[in-house]
Ligand binder design. Structure first.
Ligand code: ADP
Ligand code: MG
Length: 359
């Protein structure tokens, strides 16, 4: 993860595309979100391919006024867990495998250095962690316990034995639009749950999607709430310019206030990459990349899109929308025929190249 203007953002102006797309072509107008249009298309597609509607995973509602005060344990984590091999690393944290001493249960422990967090932000972070601990959804990494000492927070989480989602896809080689839709249904249902509970993730990208289970039984888990911020009421806007360059929404770049709809933009970018193997916005420098995002300059011109259903493109067009108020919400996505499994085609079409997806 990285902030706009951070070293990471500058170093990484944009992921390299697998294929060159002709920039000179005029941009197709971005369609306004219209549930009606999507439904009409869905009915069309249904005639061709009988639908097998997917069940939307549900989470448990949380009550923010019932947060327990003593959710952080100030005892040494080593008394309870044996920290093992490192399994991941991000800008502000290291993640280790861990075994609980009492019953040999396996967990992941994310260690966050406090010096990365300034003054009063520590209080905010504590509150965020407190809320995360309340979250309970099958597609969100479960946080069980939190320890704190002078230097670090230690988040004891569910261990995902699989891999980062895209590594798994690369390993599998070919997969279908239906597989992609199955992944997105899970991601979006988790995002809807977060949004319903007043939380924006703000750093949705492939590295933060972990995958457990195989093929049909694949379960995707959203990880990394390092930048998520809960907002007190619906209208409150988020003002921090953070996110990963290739996935950030235009309103973040212009430093306008923004809200949870930034996550839906990122979902649009993730779907685009899942279906094509390359990112919708890329450029050699950060300013050029930001300009493309601002202008919503992407297309479906590459031949890989020839075999992709119109329904998938319709969904992307409704997510990569500059005006956040016109962008699809998570609920719109969950009503969309492609996500529900009735419109995605089953042809084995996709081949991922990991280098193209790293933000
Ligand atoms: P950061 O906030 O520093 O990006 P993340 O929470 O995204 O940290 O974790 C960094 C990496 O560690 C992830 O991309 C993933 O590969 C791995 N990881 C994180 N949590 C888990 C977990 N619970 N189980 C397995 N791997 C994990
Ligand atoms: Mg991360």
């Amino acid at each position: 993860m990285g902030c706009v203007g951070s070293k990471e953002a500058k170093d990484n102006g944009g992921a390299k595309p697998a294929k060159q797309v002709n920039d000179a072509k005029p941009e197709k107008p971005v369609e306004k979100p219209s549930a009606g249009a999507s439904e009409a298309k869905a009915t069309d597609d249904k005639k061709k391919e009988p639908p097998a509607e997917r069940v939307i995973p549900q989470g448990e509602p949380i009550k923010l006024d019932e947060l327990d005060e003593d959710f952080i344990l100030f005892e040494p984590i080593e008394d309870h867990y044996e920290l093992g091999e490192e399994i991941g690393k991000g800008g502000f944290s290291v993640v280790y495998k861990a075994v609980r001493k009492s019953d040999q249960g396996e967990f992941a422990v994310k260690c966050i250095k406090k010096k990365m967090v300034e003054g009063d932000d520590i209080k905010l972070l504590r509150r965020e962690i407190q809320i995360m601990k309340k979250l309970n959804h099958p597609n969100i990494l479960k946080l069980y316990e939190v320890y704190e000492d002078d230097e670090q927070f230690y988040l004891v989480m569910e261990l995902v034995k699989g891999k980062e989602l895209f590594d798994k896809i690369v390993e599998r080689g070919m997969y279908s639009e239906r597989d992609a839709a199955n992944i997105i249904l899970q991601v979006v249902s988790a995002v809807r749950y977060l949004h319903e509970n007043g939380i924006a993730h703000r750093d949705l990208k492939p590295e933060n999607l972990l995958s457990a289970g195989e093929e049909e039984n694949e379960i995707v888990k959203i990880a990394d709430f390092g930048f998520s911020k809960s907002f007190a009421d619906e209208g409150e806007k988020l003002m921090t310019s953070c996110g990963s360059p290739g996935y950030v929404a235009p309103e973040i770049l212009t430093a306008e206030s923004y809200d949870k709809s930034v996550d839906m933009w990122s979902v649009g970018v993730i779907i685009y990459i899942l279906l094509s193997g390359y990112p919708p916005f890329y450029a050699d420098s950060a300013p050029a990349l930001f300009k493309k995002i601002m202008d919503v300059k992407y297309d479906f011109d590459d031949s890989v899109w020839d075999d992709i259903s119109d329904s998938a493109k319709d969904l992307i067009r409704n997510l990569l929308v500059k005006d956040p108020s016109k962008r699809f919400t998570a609920s719109h996505c969950l009503e969309h025929a492609w996500v529900r499994g009735s419109a995605a085609n089953e042809r084995q079409i996709l081949k991922m190249n990991r280098d193209n997806t790293k933000s």
